[in-house]
Write a protein that binds this ligand. Structure first.
Ligand SMILES: CC(C)(COP(=O)(O)OP(=O)(O)OC[C@H]1O[C@@H](n2cnc3c(N)ncnc32)[C@H](O)[C@@H]1OP(=O)(O)O)[C@@H](O)C(=O)NCCC(=O)NCCS
Length: 182
């Protein structure tokens, strides 16, 4: 396993240079899947609240973005965090970087008010760190090409959930994300 230095950065504290560094990493990581829709930005749809950055010899090689939000689960407001833009530089893939960043992120989020961590994805690293795929019907704001398109209500694909407290996730509940997908 490759050792990395991990740093948490508030979105508002990011310098232009750091933002460019994150954008470069996301382009390289998602570009390897042919999915580079970032348009040179450091975020996919919208800005986040906190960035978890992994560096080796000063170079940014791993990243997770965190959003804090309340969502509506069957009529009750529930505080959650959403993870986005999980990325490891392709030159350093398969060396446990995403796993280390995810463990650090989950430990950090256990200190917060959030009851669950949510993310959209299907990489095995998530199940290995306690996430479970769920299929709730989701209501959310659809953003495409930097434009709000519509409000969608549909059963979810690829949503994974990790409880942070003893509160269990309700598999049957209709869930309103009160915003866009993470
Ligand atoms: C997905 C991604 C972040 C993984 O990063 P990584 O640093 O290579 O991942 P890791 O080396 O930490 O591997 C994570 C774990 O998954 C396991 N794993 C990796 N590929 C696997 C596979 N095909 N099947 C089963 N397990 C697998 C590893 O053994 C590791 O387990 P461990 O933590 O118990 O050691 C990276 O490939 C990436 O940036 N991809 C492009 C962007 C992307 O798709 N992001 C995810 C969006 S949801």
């Amino acid at each position: 396993m490759k050792r990395i230095e991990i740093e948490n950065r508030d979105e508002l504290s990011l310098t232009r240079a750091e933002d460019d560094e994150i954008a470069g990493l996301l382009s390289a990581a998602f570009g390897q899947n042919g999915d580079d829709d970032f348009g040179g930005r450091s975020f996919y749809k919208q800005r986040h609240h906190l960035r978890v950055l992994g560096r080796s010899d000063g170079r940014l090689i791993g990243h997770i973005a965190i959003c804090f939000r309340v969502i509506n689960v069957a009529g009750t407001l529930v505080p959650v965090t959403g993870l986005a833009e999980v990325a490891t530089h392709p030159d350093h893939g398969g060396q446990g970087i995403a796993g280390q960043l995810l463990k650090h992120t989950i430990a950090l989020l256990r200190q917060t008010q959030a009851a669950f961590v949510l993310l959209f994805g299907d990489h095995p690293v998530y199940a290995r760190n306690g996430f479970r795929a769920v299929t709730n019907t989701l209501r959310y704001t659809k953003i495409e090409d930097s434009r709000t398109e519509s409000v969608v209500s549909a059963p979810t694909r690829y949503l994974q959930v990790l409880p942070l407290t003893d509160q269990a996730w309700d598999d049957q509940a209709d869930v309103d994300l009160l915003g866009h997908l993470f």
